[in-house]
Design a protein around this ligand. Structure first.
Ligand code: GDP
Ligand code: IMO
Ligand code: MG
Length: 435
């Protein structure tokens, strides 16, 4: 049975957690394939609210097996705290499977993330300071420690020795910080290893066996296409590949195993941290979006930068991901505007760009070309089917489909599980498939 990938197609926080939760209801496995606890996925179930950072969203369904794949970077302390917090709320977490090949976020990665950001000053990326970039850098440099090293104290100690020699020099000589104590790091990490032993396994084998057995697999993306290390707005990106292709490398599934690719898009746009954002709204409209949309980061609590739907960026993301469909979230938030804007092209130096500019300098300086659609002026929280939506809201969704060239199959109208509606059979006229 082929798998489904669920990916963000903007700058993150599109509501992936909510939609993963919807699809997980009929899924056997939910697999995280990249990122780490920089992610913050919120799920609201009645009066309960869950903010998941590392644990896949499928944890909330007893029938579903959550898997953390090899492409994820894992801070074991955070993982254990998250598991404990879920257990305390009555959720069984023993089903969680953790790849032995996943890399560990170490205390020096956290420290380096902080001091490197400080050193960049006004050029800082605005990272989540969770050690993500430094951990992926060590992975690529082949000096990282992996989850499976926790199970072999001798290997762990030898690898830590090598890593710490260099990191302590860096921390003390370059950044003027105190060195880290090897013994303290080793003791705490080996304890984490004992706690996680039962969860650690060869998750690529698990995923492949499940596919062979006809199980439904959902690959849960974190972050989003515009934050992709290779295809996003570099250097203002994260250090992994959130695009659907990452679902294969990060989990061990093959490209032919993923046939349904669902892009999640907010009806407007947000961005946390630094970097270009052509459709960023003026402060008055941005404040309305922040308040109406509750746009504060799930991970860092930072106020998110808000703007209008960027169809150029979304179309680029649709192409990178070969989306088969998209889900538009937070449509309800736009109810407070008399007119809703969509950025359908960019302009720079007298030139109009309908496609994402290949040159970052152009993107940095691009101004948005907006089209304005009539608003609907009614709350949408009670809508449960397409016919409940005012015609202006339906016209807005149809225009998004047209601009992104992707059928919108669902629209979300509130944070609750049931605040979502199906938009009908995918329109065949839009497709990212070649041929
Ligand atoms: P993720 O990182 O993509 O999973 O998104 P986040 O959870 O960080 O941010 C999305 C926020 O919007 C969360 O607080 C959700 O509870 C909330 N949310 C999701 N869908 C909707 C929706 O359709 N309407 C409203 N008003 N809120 C939503
Ligand atoms: P979810 O999964 C929004 C952003 C950070 C920063 C940049 C690099 O909830 O959508 P990092 O700590 O990854 O090195 O930071 O990426 N960022 C996110 N923004 N949602 C996220 O995750 C993000 N994860 C990272 O704000 O600009
Ligand atoms: Mg989030």
């Amino acid at each position: 049975m082929p798998g489904t990938a669920l990916v963000g197609i903007q700058w993150g926080d599109e509501g992936k957690g909510k939609v993963t939760d919807l699809l997980a209801a009929s899924t056997d496995y939910v697999v995280r394939y990249q990122g780490g606890n920089n992610a913050g996925h919120t799920i609201v179930v009645g009066s309960e609210k869950y903010a998941l950072h590392l644990v896949p969203t499928g944890i909330l369904y007893p029938h579903c097996i959550p898997v953390i794949g090899a492409g994820v970077v894992v801070d074991p302390q955070v993982l254990i705290e998250e598991l404990d917090a879920l257990e305390n709320r009555g959720i069984d977490t023993t089903r969680l499977l953790l790849s032995g090949n996943a890399h560990l976020i170490m205390p020096y990665h956290l420290e380096l993330d902080r001091v490197q950001e400080r050193r960049l000053g006004r050029n800082r990326l605005g990272t989540t300071k969770r050690g993500i970039g430094p951990a992926y850098a060590d992975k690529a440099a082949r000096i990282g420690l992996r989850v499976q090293d926790l199970l072999d104290p001798k290997i762990f100690s030898a690898k830590l020795e090598v890593a710490l020699k260099e990191k302590n020099l860096l921390l003390t000589r370059v950044y003027g910080r105190l060195p880290l104590d090897k013994r303290a790091v080793e003791d705490s990490y080996l304890e984490y290893g004992k706690r996680l032993t039962a969860n650690i396994t060869d998750t690529s084998a698990v995923v492949q066996r499940a596919l062979d057995d006809g199980k439904e697999i959902l690959f849960e993306g974190a972050q989003a296409a515009l934050l992709d290390l290779d295809h996003g707005t570099y250097p203002f990106v994260t250090s992994s590949n959130p695009v659907a292709g990452g679902a294969c490398t990060g989990s061990g599934a093959g490209p032919r195993d993923v046939t349904r690719i669902v892009g999640i898009a907010k009806a407007y746009c947000t961005r946390v941290g630094s970097g270009p954002f052509p459709s960023e709204a003026d402060p008055a409209d941005a404040d309305i979006l922040v308040e109406a949309g509750g746009e504060y980061g799930t991970t860092t609590g930072r106020k998110r930068r808000c703007g209008w739907f960027d169809a150029v960026a979304a179309r680029y993301a649709a192409r990178l991901n070969t989306l088969t469909e998209m889900v538009v979230t937070k449509l309800d938030v736009l109810s407070c505007f008399e007119a809703v804007k969509i950025c359908s092209a960019y302009e720079h130096a007298g030139e109009r760009f309908e496609e994402f500019p290949p040159n970052q300098t152009v993107f940095n300086k691009a101004s948005p070309v907006y089209e304005s659609l009539p608003g609907w002026g009614k709350p949408l929280g009670q809508a449960r089917q397409a016919s409940d939506l005012p015609k202006e809201a339906r016209a807005f969704l149809e225009r998004l489909e047209e601009l992104v060239r992707t059928p919108a199959t669902w629209a979300s109208v509130g944070p609750e599980r049931d605040q979502i509606l199906e938009l009908g059979a995918p329109h065949r006229k839009y497709s990212q498939h070649r041929g």
